[in-house]
Design a protein around this ligand. Sequence first.
Ligand code: ATP
Length: 326
Amino acid sequence: MKTQILTLLKEADTYISGQDICTHFGVSRTAVWKAINQLKKEGYVIEAVPNKGYYLKTSPDIISYSEMKSVLNTKWIGEELYFYEEIDSTNTKAKQLAETGATSGTLVVSNMQTAGKGRRGRQWESPSETGIFMTLILKLDMNPSKASMLTLVMALAVVKACNEVTKSTCYIKWPNDIVLNKKKICGILTEMSAEMDYINHIVIGIGINANVDSFPEELKDKATSLKIENGKEVKRAMLINRIMVHFEHEYEIFMHNESMKAQIDEYNEFLINKDKEVTIIEPSNQYQGIALGIDEIGKLLVKKEDGKIEAVYAGEVSVRGIYGYI
Ligand code: ATP
């Protein structure tokens, strides 16, 4: 009931009488009153004026099941939604859900992670109530060798949504980070369960430093948040919605081509290292070159000092600017 009433109040954008709410949902006055009180407790400012009804004046920056459901206006993502106040890792949960029948488009969102993951078993710092921690489950018919491109597709959606919502200029640091003012605001971790030629499921985890105020000493040089850089809090649920709306669009284009061919130019416009000198760090090798942009299959083209162009596969690689992280 709470979710439906919240959605109604948001859509109305004016006073709605208690009686109208009762009639709309076929519930009692007491049920409406209880739901309104719960929403107030969660931080929604709802005005109740005799003879006029209820009016949602302001919504706080909270992520909850009701808030997410009332904000999402995607076509298929988040229809199945799981929300957790606290969880070890949204990717771990999503993988369990995918194995036990969750449908493609299922979204797992949490307010806090106790064991957030980065690539190659690294940690993702996941402070409570201020970050975005979510994982999208995809079940799709595609050759597993193409799956790593989905990280790039998600990066495109995240960068577009962040720029649109915060009016800032975020960039993509290939393959899986989003940066703002040369520091990391988001990491993307794609994991797959597959057979040789068949994908069981893919989970795409997204961690965003949305309203984080400070970082541990070891991350200070490398990490920042949208709030720190823009001096303004972002409504996390709204940002999640915009990311997923953009992803649905980008995903459709990607699935049509099963490659990045229609998205290369746009992607490269957001590429922070484009035409700059970079160091490519592979597990057992390291070299420098100029990052030219991605190719159709999402590899990073790097012109080496000897003039040869190397197509770098995302898997085990880190990219660094010549003087530091960017
Ligand atoms: P690289 O920076 O080497 O390219 P990566 O993109 O592969 O790394 P991930 O594995 O995605 O990095 O993320 C884990 C790393 O990101 C950690 O090792 C840490 O340095 C950094 N990190 C951890 N938590 C955060 C955070 N909340 N914001 C920004 N950076 C973080």
